[in-house]
Design a protein around this ligand. Sequence first.
Ligand code: 13P
Ligand code: SF4
Length: 319
Amino acid sequence: AEEREALRERIKALLKAKNAVLVAHYYTDPELQALAEETGGCVSDSLEMARFGRDHPASTLVVAGVKFMGETAKILSPEKTVHMPTLEATCSLDIGCPADEFAAFCDQHPDRTVVVYANTSAAVKARADWVVTSSIALDVVDYLDSEGQKILWAPDKHLGDYVRRETGADVLLWDGACIVHEEFKAQGILDLKKVYPDAAVLVHPESPESVVALADVVGSTTQIINAARDLPNKQMIVATDQGIFYKLQQTVPDKEFLIAPTAGSGATCRSCANCPWMAMNALENLAEVLEHGGNEIVVDPDLGEKAMKPLVRMLDFAA
Ligand code: 13P
Ligand code: SF4
């Protein structure tokens, strides 16, 4: 414990010395989330991380999360230096949507407005008309639909199909999925509901349709935390990465949170409600990168300029 405290103190001093601010996602280790809060950084969903990073005056951003979050920060603030505790932390949605194949898909459907999820590479964003996160996907597509536009959506088919069902828009889907949320099982939630009949079900929209169908609230990580605070239920079944439990318990200490079951629950599932890439972030590699540099996010300036447009459109729409 003393060692952890020393490490935490060293990181705090380094953040100050380097005029750096820590921007963390709710899925990262609670130690990182706590440190981000204590040091005036931010812990949030991907939309707020993007906005916070862009608006913060620090010259250096350290983004604890996955690669697309660091890239988004750099694209929005090319003049800032952006580091990550690791550059290995990717995302199955990003991996499943290579820029060249995606560009070919777009070329085949020139009549469609291209909307991409934030969980993509800079090159994919550069090809998009709009970037959205889960917290504003519905609102943006609703707006585009009201303008009579047809949508090409990538990469998450579950989120895209949820948006299609809710808005009734004409949405053509790319075939991608999140390996974490795809594991949640409707039957497991129904079984848990038998034990906790009064529990509310909170679901991230990267989950399959059968799981979303059981939800009392569907939303981004921030929206899930707000729902946990606002709903009267004393128990909540939560279908998203278990990293969120730190903030859930801190926000609503008198409620009980239960992780939604996955196929491999209790057994050996590789990514059961725990994103393997988010988990690569730790105090150790954060301290290392602050002390010695490295793991800097570099985005080709031309590509960055193109990718900035749909990102700014998203932030302006959200404002
Ligand atoms: P949020 O924008 O809801 O935080 O989601 C990011 C993510 O990667 C979910 O898996
Ligand atoms: Fe990507 Fe899923 Fe991990 Fe989120 S939880 S970063 S969508 S793999």
